[in-house]
Design a protein. Structure first.
Length: 196
């Protein structure tokens, strides 16, 4: 629920940057909060998807979007808040996506893939709907942070560290790496097309 609320706020802040009306906030907030988990459930064959069975998840998105609609004018730098809210959501969802996939019997590799999808696809949908350059094309580490967080969770679970330790440790890895990327501009080397 925490991750869904945080991602809904990040989507709503993007709607604020685009000066959308309240319905735009509700739409962008909801697809950002629910998008990654929806794709995960569909790929795992877990239908109906989680928010159809738990409509309170939709209510969380709607509530977070409405609060953001009224709070956004008081935020000095909406873009900076959006980046940090997105980082928190990414670190949270890479864990929950991996955990859900493991609990449904997915292999370790597939579980990590589902964690990464859960963490990144809501933001991708948000950027597409808001006609922004995709967060994937940002220079700083993004998907890498999700992979690191999901992998850390998997390794701690395999090591039988306990659910609390696995969750907190993986959050520290995912959020820590994304934070370092934001603060220090950490990035992987990019492919350069050779001269023709």
């Amino acid at each position: 629920m925490f991750g869904i609320a945080v991602f809904a706020v990040s989507g709503s802040l993007e709607a604020a940057r685009k000066e959308m009306d309240i319905l735009g906030f509700l739409l962008i907030g909801s697809v950002t909060g629910l998008g990654g988990g929806t794709l995960r459930d569909l790929l795992l064959g877990a239908t109906p998807v989680y928010w159809v069975q738990q409509p309170e998840m939709v209510m969380i998105c709607l509530g977070a979007s409405v609060v953001t609609y009224f709070a956004a004018p008081y935020l000095a730098s909406r873009y900076r808040v959006l980046i940090w809210m997105d980082a928190i959501g990414l670190a949270t969802f890479c864990i929950t996506g991996t955990a859900i996939a493991l609990n449904q019997g997915a292999s370790p590799l597939i579980a990590v893939c589902m964690g990464v999808m859960s963490a990144t696809f809501g933001g991708i949908i948000r950027d597409v709907l808001c006609a922004e350059s995709l967060v994937l094309s940002s220079r700083e580490l993004y998907v890498t942070a999700a992979v690191a967080g999901a992998s850390a969770y998997l390794l701690l679970r395999v090591a039988e560290a306990g659910e609390t330790v696995a969750t907190l440790g993986a959050f520290a890895v995912g959020f820590g790496l994304r934070s370092a990327a934001i603060l220090f501009g950490l990035k992987l080397p990019r492919y350069r097309c050779p001269d023709a």
